[in-house]
Design a protein around this ligand. Structure first.
Ligand code: NAD
Ligand code: TDX
Length: 329
């Protein structure tokens, strides 16, 4: 199938904007339709490099009427659904908006997609839907067993997508990426927050004893995987998307300090996150074998590239400080 007209939700966010920067210019501007509410996490500055190469609607995906109107007007054949409330710590303080956007918003989009005959609907899920794993790896058939309000809301949406596939033969594909990092990430997440703290003369807060393990995927590798799924992914299937670059938080932070040429003791152990998942780890053999995807960035290179970008965009990171200090007061 040719993807002629693509509607992308959440494209003013971190990963969605990287995807638009990747495909902009490969399609006519009128064939890339961006839908984003511009919450605290959305920022059109991320799309400035490709300004004029897409069409933008400032819309809440939970607004059924507006979503319906956009689908009626644009008639996309492909939908890429990135929009979500994405931060675990915020979901612990206020789960309500996570239930609204992540679950209800996904349903509203799928209903519009069914009504207007969308041919391929790609749902960006997460590795967190499987819950934590002390040893071994999750494959696409592993049980969905989320632990945080954020991951439970993503799991509910993931299951709803699966239910639509089975019940209505809805043409969806699910992607479950691991922890992304790279340019333009909102500095509430570990790595950009850590960089912001070091640039501001402070220390990096490490939850608990820093022994939790994450699988770090450079955002450009992630969106190349998403593009492959868009072009060749099988309808009705799910694809894990992980780098195999696993690292304990304390080791990740120490490597980042080295990359920043900062003193190795510029971190502090702080109160642990409630219900903190110990380890995520994906078996991404399927997307590698079936679609030929390979990550290009190891953690060392990805961190170097992220730090270089951050030093050039210090003002952008610092523009989020007020919000961050409110979040982590
Ligand atoms: P982000 O928080 O940076 O961006 C989310 C975007 O969605 C923002 O532009 C925001 O304005 C928009 N949005 C939020 N609520 C909306 C609503 N109701 N209507 C319309 N737009 C809305 O998130 P991200 O890190 O880019 O993540 C993108 C997707 O990838 C999410 O679905 C997330 O669950 C998933 N994911 C993220 C990671 C990661 O490490 N960041 C890893 C795996 C999966
Ligand atoms: O200040 C911090 N100190 C710290 O030790 C923060 C913000 C985080 N952490 C720890 C918690 C995690 O073990 O670092 C690890 C990474 O934390 P986050 O950056 O908040 O990411 P995580 O909770 O792992 O979830 C991310 O990956 C999966 C994304 O935020 C999700 O959207 C995605 O689905």
């Amino acid at each position: 199938m040719k993807n002629k007209k693509i509607l992308i939700t959440g494209a003013a966010g971190f990963i969605g904007s990287a995807f638009v920067r990747l495909i902009a210019g490969k399609y006519a501007a009128s064939d890339i339709v961006v839908v984003d509410k511009l919450t605290y996490a959305g920022d059109l500055k991320r799309l400035e490099p490709v300004k004029g190469k897409f069409k933008f609607y400032k819309t809440d995906i939970c607004n059924k009427k507006q979503i319906d109107r956009i689908f009626a007007q644009e008639k996309p054949d492909t939908v890429l659904h990135f929009a979500a409330e994405s931060h675990v710590d915020r979901s612990i303080t206020n789960p309500t908006v996570f239930i609204e956007t992540n679950i209800k918003g996904t349903q509203i989009l799928m209903d519009a997609a069914r009504k207007y005959g969308v041919k391929k609907f790609i749902f960006i899920s997460t590795d967190e839907v499987y819950g934590e794993i002390a040893n071994g790896k999750f494959n696409e058939k592993s049980q969905i067993k989320p632990n945080s309000p954020y991951s439970a809301s993503k799991a509910a949406a993931d299951l709803l997508v699966q239910a639509y596939i089975r019940t209505y033969r809805f043409p969806a594909v699910i992607i479950r990426p691991s922890n992304n990092y790279g340019p333009w990430q909102y500095p509430e997440k570990l790595l950009p927050l850590a960089i912001l703290r070091i640039l501001g003369g402070g220390k990096i807060p490490v939850y608990g004893r820093g022994i939790n393990v994450r699988e770090w995927l450079y955002v450009e590798d992630c969106v190349r995987g998403v593009l492959l799924v868009l072009q060749k992914g099988k309808i009705g299937e799910a694809y894990n998307l992980g780098s195999s670059c696993e690292s304990r938080n304390i080791d990740t932070v120490k490597l980042l300090l080295k990359t920043l040429n900062a003193a190795p003791d510029r971190f502090e152990f702080v109160k642990d996150r409630l219900g903190h998942d110990i380890r995520y780890s994906l078996d991404s053999g399927r997307i590698r074998k079936e679609l030929g995807w390979r990550p290009r960035f190891k953690l060392v290179q990805g961190l170097k590239s992220t730090v270089d970008w951050s030093l050039k965009h210090e003002n952008w990171l610092k523009s989020k400080l007020k919000d961050i200090n409110k979040l982590y007061k």
